[in-house]
Write a protein of this length. Sequence first.
Length: 345
Amino acid sequence: MKINAFFRPYLPIYVLLGLTWACSSPKPVIKLDNGVPFAPDYTKSKAWAALPELQDPADEAPKGLKNEQDQALADVFWLHPTSYTEAREPTDPWNAAIEDPKINKSTDGGSIRFQASIFNEVGRVYAPRYRQAHISAYFTKDHDLAKRVFGLAYEDVKNAFQHYLNHYNQGRPIIIASHSQGATHAQRLLKEFFDEKPLQKQLVVAYLVGMPVPKDLCVNIKPCETPEETGCFCTWRTYLKGNKPDFPGNANNIAVTNPLTWSTTSTYAARELNKGAVLRNFNKILPAVCDAQVEAPAGLLWINRPHFPGSFLYRDPNYHIGDLNLFYLNIRENASLRVERFTQK
């Protein structure tokens, strides 16, 4: 399978950032129902990568920070990125089973620990496992197949969110947070459940990170323009300054948020505004790792080469896998600010 620069597995960044995708793991052990993994049962805890009442990696916090889910005022519904990435054979299913231990280990040790944990100070974290699409579904020329594969994954996300609403939410403020494939599904979730719906009143903010998100994704939910604005969405894709992704798209209609200023303007934000990244060493917060600037014509967030131990080894201009972790503390504090402003209302 050929993977372009948007998702290319690149060993140094896995080592440096401490995030893992199962790009070379053994074949998954998958139970099949007519070629499709069995649907998750969200009444069972095993269908969730994170629940407030469970002990899971979303409960962890880097040294000096605290997990405060037990007293949080909001809920965070987290949708993880692709962890079904090993080379695919023709007989392999296009959607992963949620029982697969190796895929789950990759999800939990990477996304849940290093990404979902960003929000455990401000919200109770709910992270469903879902029959995620294989990474190659993003690049297949069979568009009907891709639509079907991503549709199945979204069906799980939708069912998980409905279960969350029915059994957990109880009218609390909601943050939707996501990365990569998670952001693909979160866009649909935002449109179907929130935009022009009663639930929109409970939306604090949506972080739709790592995917191109149209400015006009929704009718009533717009890109956030200020750090404290609520009922809006934030989105960005991180690239080395001067570089662009090698796939087409209407950049003029792509929303981009600067996670150092929380503005969509092209104002440059110096690295001194970066309060802290969390990379390979989960317990070490690295301040001033990188700067950031919205490059509106490209529909991207551009950064100069980051400064962190071993960064010279990473030569790829695509920082997709670090979209959140390069700005860990800024996102954490911003989520807290938006919840504070939301509850004040």
